[in-house]
Design a protein around this ligand. Structure first.
Ligand code: ADP
Ligand code: MG
Length: 647
């Protein structure tokens, strides 16, 4: 075996580059992070040939002195970290001191920089890790890094780069993320032929979303109430984070978390997670914990195979987050993970339940398609188009960030024919997409089908369609209510309320019902028996893998009982996450209410319909059933008048 030796610096840098620099977008990421860390207020990115030929990031930040500029290319040289203790609370985007030497190892790089204090700037040229020239130059304060011919000396890597369009797509997504996280700064992204993005400073995330995606995207979103969450009690210590138990522990700053963000209204359904963006201290992260919190917030609102659009901005004390987990810093660990998880879930849930939104007729029938249609054909780009996916975008796929071009009209459901007809945008909603924000004063009027408690009140039933759907009217329009899911929602909320208040007492069966379980069902049963009992099921073990149901929640017919129990056991088994008590409770309540609710194809007399509509109006979430299906459709007075050409 050859003897061990320490690798030359240039080789080490090339190896590090393998980790940090995967594609042009990763270079842009490192350079933009450096600009932001340097306090820049303007960041401009220029790209040629998808960044393969040229990438340039210029900023008006602090700049570097002549000496620092040279040092910056040394491995592990950073101004952001001094001691190992600093690692416990990192306030900057970068800290590893690896980016510049890594990029310099695999490209031809030119750094032009001038600090405010120095008269002249410095220009450094490096190719393949070798210093080619250093000289003084007349430069404006700030830094400009130009990277040419990425991977020119690593042919294997170069081969793996995708088409120019794809690489540009990744870059566009990346700049989009940073511009979302920093609305108070300017970002420009351009190619020799196109200005892809040009956003000036704005006062709020909302304004930035409008700049980037236009009014339609905003209309789909609900803003979370800004929430400040106090530190968790000491007993919450979880400590998967490496930070836990470190020296700073006893005297750490008071932990307060600020939650801001936007989540899509319940009628928006996306086929995957690609429109979920979570920023932790202004860093875009991938985090399963928070994804789970989002999923939980939408449980019983969205079907389990549909996903919302979410832009979540969490600000935590730096010591609460460990960012030193992943070379490109896209994963983080929270010191108090349950605290973060539950707070995020509650903030989102609060916004969703405050809304009480109602589907209107246009969304009839094909929610999945509608959601896809909005994403693909909405005016201006949707979040989904603009922001990337884990899967690289296919060539030519639109990431068009120019929000201001009319696209094919969204489809709308026709009440008369039951077919989709083109929806003509009103002048009002067109205004939003011209790019002038002044008229909307930051609050573009929502045309989305959202309704308030008052609007669904006082429904007067007229009759049933097919003994299944109640037709009703009130001042706000004509309504059709699915009687089964409406009753399900009423029972679901009642069951949850009673459970929250304490034990639910079930109804005793005349004869215990014996149910045979599979080994897996038996295992699940043992796991959830206590919660089942508290939810009104008295179920006793009865010999090997057999249980006897003694009592059950009110309203469930005996013939349905074994099915319900088995459904519950199988449901929990499938979704391992439901070991969480809160989730389990909701799951049980959803199943119970589904089985206890009146069915379709059941005639209802006037009194029953009135009772049901009255109870529905009182629920927290009268628009969708606990499994996420719509409960009511509304044809608003305005839509009716429009259809008859009276307005
Ligand atoms: P890190 O960001 O992890 O510190 P980098 O290799 O990205 O490591 O950068 C090394 C150092 O160079 C930084 O710590 C910073 O001091 C300096 N630097 C890099 N880019 C800029 C910039 N755009 N403006 C000012 N200083 C910069
Ligand atoms: Mg850096």
């Amino acid at each position: 075996m050859p003897s061990i030796r320490i690798l030359p610096e240039t080789v080490a840098n090339k190896i590090a580059a393998g980790e940090v620099v995967e594609r042009p977008a990763s270079v842009v990421k490192e350079l933009v992070e450096n600009s932001l860390d340097a306090g820049a207020t303007q960041v401009s990115v220029e790209v040629e040939s998808g960044g393969k030929r040229l990438l340039r990031v210029a900023d008006d930040g602090s700049g570097m002195s002549h000496d620092d500029a040279l040092l910056a290319f040394e491995r592990h040289s950073t101004s952001k970290l001094r001691t190992a203790e600093d690692l416990v609370s990192i306030a900057t985007l970068g800290f590893r001191g690896e980016a510049l030497p890594s990029v310099a190892a695999v490209s031809r790089i030119v750094l032009e920089t001038r600090s405010q204090e120095e008269e002249a700037g410095t220009r450094i040229e490096i190719a393949g890790g070798k210093l080619m020239s250093v000289r003084a130059a007349g430069l404006p304060p700030g830094t400009c890094v130009t990277v040419r011919d990425l991977f020119y000396n690593v042919p294997a890597r170069r081969k793996f780069l995708k088409s120019e369009t794809t690489e540009l797509g990744h870059i566009a997504s990346l700049v989009t993320h940073y511009s979302l996280a920093h609305p108070e700064k300017s970002f420009v992204l351009k190619t020799p032929t196109q200005e892809i993005m040009n956003v000036g400073p704005v006062a709020s995330y909302q304004d930035r979303i409008f700049q980037l995606f236009g009014k339609q995207a905003l209309d789909e979103l609900l803003e979370l109430k800004e929430t400040k969450v106090a530190a968790p009690p000491a007993s919450w210590e979880t400590g998967s984070a490496a930070a836990a138990g470190e020296p700073g522990d006893t005297e750490r700053e008071p932990a307060e978390m600020v939650i801001r963000g936007f989540v899509s209204k319940p009628e928006v359904q996306r086929p995957n997670r690609n429109a979920i963006y979570v920023f932790v201290n202004r860093r875009l992260v991938r985090d399963r914990l928070i994804l789970h919190a989002i999923h939980e917030a939408y449980r019983n609102i969205l079907p389990s195979d549909a996903f919302p659009t979410v832009l979540l901005f969490l600000e935590l004390p730096f010591a609460e987050v460990d960012v030193n987990v992943h070379p490109s810093k896209v994963e983080v660990r929270f010191r108090h993970s349950a605290w973060v998880h539950d707070s995020a879930r509650e903030a989102i849930r609060a916004a969703l339940t405050a809304l009480k939104p109602i589907a209107s007729f246009p969304s009839v029938g094909r929610p999945a398609q509608r959601a896809a249609g909005v994403a693909a054909a909405g005016t201006g780009p949707s979040l989904q188009q603009a922001i990337p996916t884990d899967v690289p975008m296919s060539d030519g796929a639109g990431f068009e960030l120019e929000p201001y071009q009319p696209a094919p009209e969204p489809q709308r459901f026709s009440f008369e024919t039951g077919e989709a007809i083109p929806l003509t945008l009103s002048d009002e909603s067109r205004q939003g997409v011209t790019g002038t924000f002044a008229n909307a004063a930051g609050q573009p009027a929502s045309t989305a089908p959202t309704t308030t408690e008052a609007e669904i009140a006082n429904l007067k039933p007229l009759g049933q369609v097919s003994n299944s759907f109640i037709v009703a009217v009130n001042a706000s329009g004509l309504w059709i209510v699915d009687q089964h899911v409406a009753h399900e929602r009423v029972l679901f909320e009642r069951q949850l309320r009673e459970r929250q208040a304490g034990q639910v007492t079930g109804q005793r069966l005349l004869m215990p019902m014996i149910v045979q379980l599979s080994p897996r069902q038996q295992a699940t049963f043992d796991q959830i028996a206590a919660e089942l009992r508290s939810s009104g099921f008295d179920v006793e073990p009865f010999g090997q893998r057999t249980v006897a149901i003694q009592s059950a929640p009110t309203g469930i017919s005996t013939s349905d009982l074994d099915k319900l129990l088995v459904e519950l056991l199988d449901g929990v088994e499938k979704d391992a996450q439901t070991t969480n008590v809160e989730t389990l409770r909701r799951k049980i309540a959803a199943s119970v209410s589904c089985h206890a609710a009146i069915k379709i194809n059941m005639p209802l007399d006037q009194r029953k319909m009135e009772w049901l509509l009255g109870e529905l109006a009182k629920t927290d979430c009268p628009m969708s059933c606990p499994h996420g299906r719509p409960i009511v459709l509304r044809y608003s007075l305005r839509e009716i008048e429009k259809a008859f050409k009276r307005v």
